[in-house]
Ligand binder design. Structure first.
Ligand SMILES: CC(C)(COP(=O)(O)OP(=O)(O)OC[C@H]1O[C@@H](n2cnc3c(N)ncnc32)[C@H](O)[C@@H]1OP(=O)(O)O)[C@@H](O)C(=O)NCCC(=O)NCCSC(=O)Cc1ccccc1
Length: 141
């Protein structure tokens, strides 16, 4: 069983990361990972009218963070130490973005997460990313 379910993750983000919590929603959560939705609005668009890279990265970073916290509990100081992203296709402006983030390895100090992004209603990936996080030492949350 996960240490944090979708509702607990939602409450955690609302409390700890209110800057973005309102535009993100947990779609699905299971043992392997999470699907997080970005409610796309005007502020996520780049010149040309497609969803911009910073917004895609934000969605992936929070999805990966939540995938890890669902397994280890609310360790706030779990921090991103490495990330790489391939932008494959232009996501459409008028559709939400979904990110599926799966924990490939959960160690004592490092967690490695694989993420795929698609526009809602499409199957083709618009981006893929890898994230590594440092899990804080015992006693540091
Ligand atoms: C801390 C570490 C990852 C590793 O450090 P090292 O090279 O091993 O050693 P160093 O001497 O520098 O520090 C050791 C001291 O640090 C304390 N400690 C605290 N936490 C941790 C931890 N997790 N892991 C390890 N240590 C941790 C620890 O108790 C110790 O304290 P002490 O000395 O005994 O009193 C460092 O490279 C760093 O901070 N990098 C920048 C990371 C960054 O800013 N990322 C971007 C933003 S993150 C984000 O946005 C996430 C997010 C996503 C989505 C949504 C929301 C959030």
């Amino acid at each position: 069983m996960p240490h944090m379910d979708g509702s607990a993750l939602h409450d955690f983000l609302a409390r700890e990361f209110p800057q973005v919590a309102g535009e993100l929603a947990v779609e699905a959560l299971d043992e392997a990972g999470i699907t997080l939705r970005l409610r796309v609005s005007e502020r996520h668009l780049r010149p040309g009218g497609t969803v911009g890279g910073p917004s895609i990265f934000l969605l992936g970073d929070v999805a990966a963070y939540c995938a890890i916290l669902s397994r280890i509990g609310p360790r706030r100081l779990t921090v991103t130490t490495n990330a790489g992203i391939d932008f494959l296709r232009r996501p459409e402006a008028g559709r939400d973005l979904l990110c599926r983030a799966e924990v490939l390895k959960l160690g004592r100090t490092l967690a490695v997460v694989d993420a795929r992004f698609r526009s809602d209603g499409d199957v083709a990936a618009v981006a893929r990313a890898n994230f590594t996080y440092s899990i804080p030492p015992d006693g540091v949350s």
